[in-house]
Design a protein around this ligand. Structure first.
Ligand code: DX5
Ligand code: ZN
Length: 215
């Protein structure tokens, strides 16, 4: 299993220390949750913090933009040297155009679906993305309960990917722990995002290793 711990649950007063153990951990990506208080009812952090974290982090960055008009920020995300740029399906009108622009900027395009957006919405763009992020909570806050219907969506998405010949990875975000992580692994998930399960653990690096062992 690939694991992308979410910085949202980290100690923002000690980012250097958090990044030190994180860089030495088995994490595959660092997941960064940007919220604008418009697309979601919460505000997290913006580019000054992202630039600081990007300098400290030795793992590829998975930037999850929970904002309106994410296409305006493609150059700034590219300047960070990010790996994935995750934009919400619900925040876009011209999905195909924006995904191409993200790729042209040298980033890996990823599309995110809220819990109420069906997997079938992706039928005509599934081969244009490198990853699909299924939200397993309503976006905006860490520490929420996993929505079990996500497991059906993972199975539907796995089928769509197989039938279309897409190479997209399936990433899940929200309420991930060892129990839901095991269910997601069995349903066909490739990447697990985890905030409170990792940063709230007594031994965060061991929490990451435990998630990585799921299959
Ligand atoms: C929620 C964010 C998540 C959040 C997950 O809107 O997209 O990435 O950090 O937090 P947990 O793992 O605590 O549910
Ligand atoms: Zn996220």
């Amino acid at each position: 299993m690939l694991v992308a711990p979410s910085l949202l649950a980290a100690d923002f007063g000690n980012l250097e220390r958090e990044m030190q153990w994180f860089n030495a951990s088995q994490a595959d990506y660092l997941h960064l949750d940007v919220m604008d208080g418009v697309f979601v009812p919460n505000i997290s952090f913006g580019f000054p913090v992202l630039r600081h974290v990007a300098r400290l982090c030795r793992k590829p960055l998975d930037v999850h933009l929970m904002i309106v008009e994410p296409q305006k920020f493609i150059p700034q995300v590219a300047e960070l040297g990010a790996y994935y740029m995750n934009v919400h399906f619900e925040a876009l009108t011209h999905h195909h155009r924006v995904l191409q622009q993200i790729r042209e900027a040298g980033l890996h395009p990823a599309i995110t679906l809220c819990p109420s957006t069906p997997v079938s919405s992706l039928a005509d763009i599934i081969t244009d993305v490198d990853m699909v992020l299924l939200m397993s909570v309503n976006p905006g806050f860490g520490g929420q309960q996993f929505i079990p219907h996500t497991l059906d969506k993972v199975r539907q998405l796995r089928q769509l990917i197989r039938e279309s010949g897409s190479h997209a990875l399936i990433e899940i975000d929200g309420g991930v722990n060892l129990r839901t992580g095991q269910q997601l692994a069995e349903a066909g998930a490739d990447v697990l995002v985890a905030g409170s399960f990792v940063f709230g653990a007594d031994k965060p690096a061991e929490a990451i290793t435990a998630l990585k062992c799921l299959s």
